[in-house]
Design a protein around this ligand. Structure first.
Ligand SMILES: Cc1ncc(COP(=O)(O)O)c(C=O)c1O
Length: 400
């Protein structure tokens, strides 16, 4: 029998199936009646009439696609407005919009590092920062999660170009980085600081200006942020924000920006409308955070293990990937849609339910979500007699 080129795929698929790690894309209806706690539409703006009207208006005016790289086809006024308003809102000198947050991270890391650069990367960073590090060909040191001292140790004695990269709010557990501590370490070592604020924009900082604003670090000469337009701004796309010279450097060297088709006009228009709404209705930012605290309070009061949220993401531990999948399915069956994070999307191999709070959730909706997640929680294996807990077992469900 001749060997077939992709036979190895079947072996991998079988291993995934045995480990409970199969993923599949599910159909989604536009009028799904589920209570949505799995999207990242933190401010409830994705379907806001002003945002969708801006998307439609931009598509009618400029076309469905941007048609080319901005360096070739030119930049619409819409992209320029979005960049300057976003940078000003978050407190940076300048901004550069890309087609996704993922692309923004690839562009920022690769433009700010090179062979011979030392990049210090938090172990909990998002895949897009990790991929940026891989693409950069820099010497990458992955330091334990949220450990500024480990970052300092990695940088100690290094005299060359250096960059620390971190999520502002970590996407899996929803905890915020200690940015003042990390920035102090970077400054002491002459290193730049790049923060991915995908989950901080719109939720943290004054009126949702983000993690770096909350930490008093925006506008600093040695700090660069990336953001996504796809979460709190309810659209699609990403941006790099920083000093003018950094942004000009990206325009000239970031292959992700130079070679990609620009963000589509509808997404740029929608993001700009959402940003203006956030500016005029700053209470939306606080409301998302309050909903997250209420969610966390209810879940932990019922005995579940959940990380205290610093922004809008609430992460609840599950005993195994299979249990997490079954738990999320049970929630869905009961009308509440929650995220299910399993390896390889979690840095520590522990599966979780991931719930996202939104500014437009009512207290009653939050309480319904809590009640559903608690009621459907998997039973925790009882510890063996005479022991206080089975090795590796974590408190997953409430005692019942
Ligand atoms: C922390 C973080 N950074 C970057 C991204 C990528 O953003 P986008 O979805 O706009 O590509 C995500 C998206 O899930 C994220 O959670």
């Amino acid at each position: 029998m001749p060997r077939h080129a992709f036979d190895w795929i079947d072996a991998q698929a079988e291993a995934r199936r045995r480990a409970g790690l199969v993923r599949a894309v599910r159909p989604r209806a536009h009028d799904d009646p589920l209570l949505d706690l799995y999207g990242n539409d933190y401010l409830g703006l994705a379907r806001h009439p002003e945002v969708t009207a801006a998307a439609a208006g931009a598509a009618r005016r400029w076309g469905a696609g941007a048609t080319g790289s901005r360096l070739v086809s030119g930049s619409t006024g819409l992209h320029a407005e979005l960049e300057s308003e976003l940078a000003a809102f978050c407190g940076f000198e300048a901004g550069l919009v890309l087609s996704s947050g993922y692309a923004a991270n690839l562009a920022a890391v690769t433009a700010l590092s090179d062979r011979g650069t030392l990049v210090v990367s938090d172990a909990g960073n998002h895949a897009s920062l990790i991929d940026g590090c891989r693409l950069s060909r820099a010497d990458v040191v992955v330091v334990p999660h949220a450990d500024a001292k480990a970052a300092a140790k990695a940088l100690d004695g290094f005299a060359g170009r250096a960059l620390a990269v971190s999520d502002g709010v970590f996407s899996v557990d929803g905890d915020a980085a200690d940015l003042p501590a990390l920035a102090a370490v970077c400054r002491a070592h002459g290193a730049g600081l790049l923060v991915d604020d995908a989950h901080g924009l719109g939720v943290l900082g004054d009126g949702g200006r983000g993690s770096l604003h909350a930490a008093g670090l925006t506008g600093a000469a040695d700090v660069v942020a990336t953001v996504t337009l796809s979460k709190a701004l309810g659209s699609q796309g990403g941006a790099v924000l920083g000093p003018v010279r950094v942004i000009e450097h990206l325009v000239n060297t970031a292959r992700t920006f130079i070679e990609e088709t620009a963000l589509d006009p509808a997404a740029a228009g929608a993001a700009l409308a959402a940003l203006r709404l956030l500016r005029s209705e700053p209470e939306r930012a606080a409301a998302a955070g309050e909903a997250a605290q209420r969610l966390h309070g209810g879940l932990t009061a019922a005995g579940l293990t959940a990380v205290r949220p610093d922004a809008a993401v609430v992460s609840v531990r599950a005993p195994s990937p299979e249990a997490a999948v079954a738990w999320a399915a049970a929630c869905r069956g009961a009308g509440v849609a929650v995220g299910c994070f399993r390896p390889p999307s979690v840095p520590d191999g522990i599966a979780r339910l991931r719930l996202t709070a939104r500014a437009d959730l009512t207290e009653q909706q939050v309480d319904t979500a809590v009640e559903t997640v608690v009621r459907t929680a998997p039973a925790v294996p009882e510890p063996a007699p005479g022991r206080t807990g089975a090795p590796g077992a974590r408190r997953a469900g409430p005692a019942r």
